[in-house]
Design a protein around this ligand. Structure first.
Ligand code: ZN
Length: 162
């Protein structure tokens, strides 16, 4: 089911659930920071949105994002997939509740009959993106170079010459 704009209070009160995948094309601001050439079968932006009223005694939304985004490794400049998993609880109200600061794990969204879900997902991913991602283990290219440098045979050869 594709639905980008929701009546968020209504969604919460009806305890609705929505899940799907956002196409990369839809998120222009995010795309500008990604290595779009590196989009492959692993790349994804999946979400699940759950309406609830019990958790904070107020209409609220639980958003779960499971993404894998192509970015350039800042060491070797090859594209890599960055996994990002995020979860949020948003209380919905017309104004930001004053007590919000006291509760760390809770966020807030403005009550709206036309909340843009894709924009919300995009905002959260933009905040979560690593600034300078690098391959977790050695980069392919660097592994190769390091391998040449510590080749034990070339070290032996140079010792014999001396
Ligand atoms: Zn790398």
């Amino acid at each position: 089911m594709e639905m980008n704009h929701i009546n968020n209070i209504d969604f919460a009160k009806r305890l609705q659930t929505l899940e799907g995948e956002v196409p990369f094309d839809a998120l222009q601001r995010l795309n500008a920071l990604l290595a779009m050439d590196g989009v492959n079968a692993q790349s994804k932006i999946k979400y699940q949105l759950v309406g609830q009223i019990q958790k904070y005694q107020l209409p609220s939304l639980h958003l779960y994002i499971d993404a894998s985004l192509p970015m350039l490794c800042q060491r070797c400049l090859e594209s890599m997939q960055i996994p990002i998993k995020l979860q949020f609880d948003y209380v919905i109200s017309a104004e930001m509740p004053e007590s919000l600061d006291a509760i760390d794990d809770m966020d807030w969204v403005e009550a709206s009959v036309d909340m843009d879900l894709q924009a919300l997902i995009e905002d959260e991913l933009l905040i979560a993106l690593p600034i300078a991602p690098v391959h977790a283990s050695l980069c392919k290219q660097l592994k190769f170079e390091t391998g040449e440098k510590v080749n034990p045979f070339s070290v032996l050869k140079s010792l014999k010459k001396d």
